[in-house]
Structures are given as structure tokens and as C-alpha cells.
Design a protein around this ligand. Structure first.
Ligand code: B4P
Length: 191
């Protein structure tokens, strides 16, 4: 059976983690968040976690080889999944190419890239709001939040063009209630 593999894309605070939960329930796809995986490595104090911690707290990306290795292991450990929702991955051109190469080797390629679009000032408000309660160090300072958005614009946003060239990009308005945005995403998947 053909698998459904979705890249849920967008700047920090666009709602990727929030929406992944609903899509996961509805379509039974395996949710893969590189942010959550990296935070797990930090908590477990693994060598990878120790390397990632400082970069993440400063709002910078973790090196491609670390993230790609983590994703390859996860894909190879879950050969029976019906498909995957990639949340926060890929974030660079090298990651996108590695993902294509791995998926083509072990199964089906990316079906769709759903790109949530939210203006910068809304992103900053959401992330600082979450920082007040979540304990995430990268959500606490406005300077780090804006640094993450700059990193996204420079290294990650160009991936829209990468998937557009493959005919897979769908732009989704990320402003509205959480339920409204879930409906826009499911329309794009079902359509
Ligand atoms: P992530 O964990 O991916 O964090 P994020 O980009 O901040 O997005 P997140 O999914 O958490 O937020 P969401 O939009 O759901 O990455 C953290 C760090 O890990 C990166 O900066 C980087 O250092 C490292 N990293 C991760 N992946 C990497 C990779 N592939 N390569 C290199 N480094 C990597 O939600 C944010 C807030 O908005 C929430 O509080 C939510 O409640 C709120 N919200 C959501 N939808 C809303 C709506 N419709 N209206 C109002 N508020 C809403």
C-alpha cells in the first residue's frame, strides 16, 4: 500500500507541533518532531544532546549530520508505519535532499509539503506566551525568538521552492483558530 508522507512546514511558532497532534489522530501517521527528539536527547544527557543543547538555547540549528542520522534511524526502525508527519524537519537543503534519498530507498517519497504561513509579530507573541509556562529556554527571550525566525528565513524558507519544483507545496494560512487551521490542512491533504 502506498504510504502518505507529509512535511508540516513553517517558521517557529507557526503551529506545527500543535497541528501535528490532530493530523496524527485523523490519519494514523507516525509523528516525527526533530525538536522533541532533540529535547529528549538533552534530557537523557546523551552525547548528541550535549552537542545540541547550547545551539538550541541560542536559537541556532543543530548540525545536519546529527539530525539526518537521527531521522534515518527512526525511519529504519519503523518499516511498518502507514506514513510519517515530519514536524520541524527538513530545515535545510541538505536535510531535504537526505530525506528524499532515504525515503526513495526505503519506501514512498514525500506526498505533500504543507507550509503554515504566519506573520512575524504573531510568531513572537505566541512563542513568548509559551515561554512563560513551558520552561523551554529558547522561548524565553525575544532576542532568541527573533534569532530563530532569522535562521528560518535564511536556511529553511528556501525549501518551499525545493518542494514547489516537485509540485508538492501547499501554502496554508496559519492565522485563525486551531480548529480552522486543522480544517485547512485536512482539506489540502484530502484534496
Ligand atoms: P522545534 O521544536 O521544531 O520548535 P518550533 O520551530 O519552535 O515549533 P513548534 O512546533 O514548537 O511550535 P508550534 O508552532 O506548534 O525546534 C526547536 C529547536 O530545535 C530549533 O530552534 C533548532 O535549534 C532545533 N531543531 C529542531 N529541528 C531541527 C532540524 N531539523 N535541524 C536543525 N535543528 C533543529 O506552536 C508554538 C505556540 O503557538 C504554542 O504555544 C501554541 O499553543 C501556539 N499556537 C499554535 N497554533 C496557534 C493558533 N492558531 N493561534 C494562536 N496560537 C497558536
Amino acid at each position: 500500500m502506498k504510504k502518505t508522507n507529509i512535511v508540516l512546514f513553517g517558521p517557529p511558532g507557526a503551529g506545527k507541533g500543535t497541528q501535528s497532534k490532530f493530523l496524527n489522530e485523523r490519519y494514523g501517521l507516525h509523528h516525527v518532531s526533530t525538536g522533541d527528539l532533540l529535547r529528549g536527547e538533552i534530557q537523557a544527557e546523551t552525547p548528541l544532546g550535549l552537542q545540541a543543547q547550547e545551539l538550541m538555547s541560542a536559537g541556532e540549528l543543530v548540525p545536519d549530520d546529527l539530525v539526518v542520522g537521527m531521522i534515518r534511524n527512526l525511519l529504519e526502525d519503523n518499516p511498518d508505519a502507514q506514513g510519517f508527519i515530519f514536524d520541524g524537519f527538513p530545515r535545510t537543503r541538505a536535510q531535504a535532499e537526505a530525506l528524499d534519498e532515504t525515503l526513495i530507498r526505503i519506501g514512498d517519497p514525500i506526498s505533500l509539503m504543507l507550509a503554515l504561513e504566519v506573520p512575524e509579530e504573531d510568531l513572537v507573541k505566541r512563542l513568548l506566551g509559551r515561554g512563560a509556562t513551558s520552561g523551554r529556554p529558547d522561548d524565553k527571550s525575544e532576542e532568541v525568538v527573533r534569532k530563530r525566525i532569522r535562521e528560518y528565513e535564511k536556511k529553511t524558507a528556501p525549501l518551499k521552492e525545493f518542494y514547489h519544483a516537485q509540485g508538492k507545496l501547499r501554502r496554508i494560512n496559519g492565522i485563525g483558530s486551531i480548529a480552522e487551521i486543522t480544517a485547512r490542512l485536512t482539506d489540502a491533504i484530502d484534496g
